[in-house]
Design a protein around this ligand. Structure first.
Ligand code: CDP
Length: 224
């Protein structure tokens, strides 16, 4: 029997899921898996290869040619797409603008969820995303559903990417976040929704240290 621990963190765009997930993984020596990076890497491949999102045969074929891998040198996300390091490129606006449409495709979700479930088979992991507590690991012992004020979320993401992308405005980011939230919560295939047993964490007014402590306390409580 497997008794590895899975921490599932879901929530809206840019609300600090990966900050919490990385900090937790580091503290507990768990593996961190950024499921969003997988959808982003698929999107990058689709953009580069002009995949038509209405052509299901083409999508299936493209998925066969996509090989994703995580390299965990530290607790940052290092993802490769067919052996090319794409961690930086997948965070850029062209991918952010298309990712929610790609992530809504049934074929894409089926393949990503299968790979994610494989990663959680035997190791202690923290995975963040949109459907981790509902579809990927519905039996995860700890599920956290994160949220924060949309304006604060846009400011945080702006501060994160502004230095490297001075042309991107706060308004662009705000709109992108709002649009993705809309697409992610209204899609047919496993939309973003809080699992019944997920604990809500609103981090609008709390620090990264406080949210880490919140999650650590929950894990401690699990161990009883
Ligand atoms: O970091 P950020 O909150 O901007 O987003 P992300 O976690 O990198 O995810 C990018 C997009 O991938 C989301 O807006 C969703 O459309 C999709 N996604 C998903 O559908 N399911 C997941 N488990 C993770 C991400």
């Amino acid at each position: 029997m497997n008794n590895n621990i899975i921490v599932a963190i879901d929530g809206y765009s840019s609300c600090g899921k990966s900050t919490l997930a990385k900090a937790l993984a580091k503290k507990l020596h768990y593996i961190y898996v950024d499921s969003g990076a997988m959808y982003r890497a698929v999107t990058l491949y689709f953009l580069r290869n002009n995949i038509d999102l209405t052509n299901h045969a083409q999508i299936e074929e493209a998925l066969k040619n996509i090989h994703l891998n995580f390299h965990s040198r530290d607790y940052e996300t290092h993802i490769t797409l067919n052996d090319e390091e794409v961690s930086e490129e997948v965070r850029q606006m062209p991918v952010s603008e298309k990712v929610s449409a790609v992530a809504a495709l049934k074929e894409v979700r089926r393949e990503m969820v299968k790979q994610q479930q494989r990663m959680g088979k035997s190791k202690n992991i923290v995975m963040d995303g949109r459907d981790i507590g509902t579809a990927v690991f519905p039996h995860a012992p700890l599920k956290i559903f994160m949220t924060a004020d949309p304006k604060i979320r846009a400011e945080r993401r702006y501060n994160e990417i502004h230095a490297k992308n001075p042309e991107v405005t706060l308004e662009d980011i705000f709109e992108n976040i709002a649009h993705r939230d809309y697409q992610d919560t209204t899609r047919e295939e496993s939309p973003l929704v809080r699992a019944d047993d997920a604990i809500i964490l609103d981090n609008t007014n709390i620090t990264p240290e406080q949210q880490l402590q919140f999650a650590l306390d929950k894990i401690e409580a699990l161990k009883g």
